[in-house]
Design a protein around this ligand. Structure first.
Ligand code: TXA
Ligand code: MG
Length: 348
């Protein structure tokens, strides 16, 4: 398949009548799949009402069929097409965080969306992205858009159109490029179908922010205990891993440098994932800086690009610093632990 590369300036007015957006929307209406930017990561969109379109999403990504997709909307009212009752807490959160990086799980109205999109579940995940291009495209298509992250399954999510191109060129109808995404980690997935809302995936909206609006929420025990089965199907799959084995190191810079030096002495090509504050400290074959630890948002923003960079650098082993499990740091550590396959080295 010829993949069309469509560049869009996200700052122009009236995006939804922009020829490039009309072109991409037309492809969606024809049940083709199109990658597009959101404020979190690039998504791979398709008509959420069409089995045909949704099948193409799963195929292009090589995604397991038991992993449901998030349905993206551009206006609040759209939700009533897919959901019978909006719980009060969900309503409060929608008012505060939509558009934005919060996905909410509702009981689903039957018979409206493709059963393949929701993996046959009785629930549906919905979000309104905060990105002018995403909103314009959804609006121009007139459709609910099912969209997982636009990476090949198992790879880090894409935060630039180049990442999408690396993974999906030739496998999708078009890629809409509007520059790098901002937040860099995916949306927070919050299940609002139970008595007490529960975070199934930490993401762009923090637990602290949610609790400030609706009071205490639960966190899926599987997020902190590997013995538990996660409630979000997608959370059980390995994800984000670079080709070389990645180890997270709970320890000081001296300790990390010692690990690097030992491996170098054994003849390995060693990579290290660090931050601006510590960059000058390490001597290694490849030093990848990812934001400032004093501003965790900058770490989130660059995380997936950093993980992808190690493959190009051809390293054989990677050591990474760890981050505070607070605010967006919870999402960062969740992704890093997955990328590392939970391999953690702790300084004695
Ligand atoms: O930021 C994001 O959320 C990005 C952008 C493109 O919007 N999308 C994204 O989609 O990360 P994806 O498919 O990579 O991750 C969706 C997650 C998966 O873990 C999936 O299992 C979960 O949401 N999910 C979807 N529907 C669900 C449901 N009904 N119940 C529980 N988990 C659900
Ligand atoms: Mg994903």
């Amino acid at each position: 398949m010829d993949t069309k590369y469509i560049e869009v300036d996200k700052n122009v007015d009236n995006l939804n009548t922009y020829p490039q957006i009309i072109d991409a929307a037309k492809r969606l209406k024809q049940n083709e799949v199109v990658a597009f930017p959101t404020e979190t990561v690039y998504g791979l969109g398709g008509n959420a009402k069409s089995d045909d379109a949704v099948r193409k999403i799963f195929e292009a990504k090589g995604r397991p069929s038991d992993n449901p997709l998030i349905i993206h909307i551009s206006e609040l009212e759209q939700i009533h097409e897919f959901v019978d009752a909006v719980p009060e807490k969900a309503r409060t959160l929608m008012k505060t965080f939509w558009p934005g990086p919060l996905t909410i799980i509702f009981q689903k109205k039957e018979g409206v969306l493709s059963e393949i999109a929701t993996a046959g579940l009785s629930t549906v995940a919905i979000r309104m992205p905060e990105h002018p291009v995403a909103l314009a495209l959804i609006q121009a298509s007139g459709l609910p858009i099912a969209a997982p992250s636009a990476n090949r399954s198992g790879r880090p999510s894409p935060t630039t159109a180049e990442h999408v191109w690396e993974d999906l060129n030739g496998r999708v109808s078009a890629i809409v490029d509007a520059g790098p995404t901002g937040i860099g980690v995916e949306s927070t997935v919050l299940d609002c179908t139970g008595e007490l809302p529960q975070i199934l995936r930490p993401g762009g909206v923090t637990k602290e922010q949610i609790e400030a609006e609706i009071g205490i929420v639960k966190v899926d025990p599987a997020l902190t205990n590997q013995e538990e089965a996660p409630k979000s199907p997608g959370m059980k799959y390995t994800h984000y891993a670079p080709d070389a084995p990645l180890f997270l190191v709970k320890g000081g810079r001296e300790y990390i440098q010692q690990l690097i030096s030992d491996k170098k002495n054994e003849g390995f090509r060693v990579g290290v994932l660090t931050t601006e504050e510590n960059r000058a400290y390490y001597t290694s074959d490849f030093v990848q800086v990812c934001g400032r630890r004093s501003q965790l948002e900058t770490v989130a923003s660059g995380l997936y690009d950093a993980l992808r960079s190690f493959n190009k650098a051809d390293v054989e082993i990677i050591f990474s610093e760890v981050f505070e499990n607070k605010g967006v740091g919870v999402a960062i550590m969740n992704r890093l632990l997955k990328a590392a396959g939970h391999k953690v080295i702790t300084e004695a």
